[in-house]
Unconditional design. Sequence first.
Length: 246
Amino acid sequence: MIRFYKEHDYGSASRRAADILSAQMILKPDSVLGLATGSTPVGTYQELIRRYQEGRISFAEITSCNLDEYVGLGGDNDQSYRYFMNHNLFDHVDIDKSRTFVPDGLDPDHEAACRKYDEIVKSVGGVDLQLLGIGHDGHIGFNEPGDSFDKGTHIVDLQESTIRANSRFWGGDESKVPKQAITMGIATVMSAGKILIMACGEDKRDIITRAFRGPITPKVPASALQLHPCVFVVGDEAAMGDLVKD
Ligand code: F6R
């Protein structure tokens, strides 16, 4: 089942995504949420914080597993994804931080760090609901085009286009952007019970359409989601185009 939610704008798309996450949290208060960084989910996190403050949802029993992290950045670096999650969500809700997991970008033994992360995801019982954004080249997590669909957590060399897109966080200086990341693989993402992928803005229209209307191919990593049994695609009018609500 793939369900499309075409919302008016970024705010309503963020509220719709928060509805789906909240429903999961209410129905299963000890859910394992797979979380993403990037600009797209920021509004969703703000909405979840608001609902927490209003007493409508609680993170007290929630476990979270993030998708990815830059190699070489620790949680105190303000460009790390651990820092992002603390700043944009965890510091503002009642989540137990010892149950928030982010791949370890500092472990010098990359292979061990990947296996450890797969073990963590397994030991918490797998992800119930995985939140995703989508890159302009179709990447999900840091699974760049060409990565096979059967990988667990692994190290990736970032593509030029991703380095360029992310350089906005380093004052436009591409040389400062880390060149590698540790990411859940497509197989890890696909093992989640449900997937919620968000796309907002005109610039995401082409890739989100290719992901769900085009062929299933590692050239468009997000196209793998067509094979998943339960996917929610949430976006604004600018991105969703002809992808419409069921
Ligand atoms: C973030 C992540 C990435 C982003 C993607 C879109 O954890 O894994 O795949 O979801 O790069 O980023 P934004 O939302 O900034 O357009």
